[in-house]
Design a protein around this ligand. Structure first.
Ligand SMILES: [Zn+2]
Length: 131
């Protein structure tokens, strides 16, 4: 009666596929592909802290920090940078304009700037109403 139970039956049936010779011949692996698809990338934010004498100077410093970080790490989304008083994230204000241009680019000038919007780069496109 030994060898008639389901564990033995399964082992004998899968023996050829699980043996080294069987795997080499068929190219089968013991590890199958994951059943779930990989999660898509999600959006995260980083918060930095610094001291400034007033909100105007804080905004100026924050713009400088964001621009410097975007030079070091181009994958950062500059348009997502925001400034808020410490501990008051619900009061965050955008640092950059981010207006969409005619070719799908976004304005990289500071929020509330006068004149044309400007695409990134030294020869970036300008658009909109300006003087
Ligand atoms: Zn703009």
């Amino acid at each position: 009666m030994r060898g008639n139970g389901s564990p033995y039956w399964r082992r004998e049936r899968m023996g050829a596929a699980l043996s080294d010779a069987g795997r080499a011949a068929t190219g089968a692996t013991l590890i199958g592909p994951p059943r779930r698809a990989a999660r898509p990338a999600r959006w995260f934010t980083a918060h930095l802290g610094f001291e400034a004498a007033d909100p105007g100077l804080a905004r100026e410093l924050a713009v400088g920090y964001a621009e410097a970080l975007s030079l070091l790490r181009p994958e950062l989304a500059l348009g997502a940078a925001a400034l808020s008083p410490a501990g008051a994230w619900h009061l965050a204000e955008r640092l950059f304009c981010g207006a969409a241009g005619p070719d799908g680019e976004h304005c990289v000038d500071v929020a509330g700037h006068p004149g044309f919007h400007h695409a990134p780069g030294p020869g970036g496109l300008g658009w909109g109403d300006g003087d």
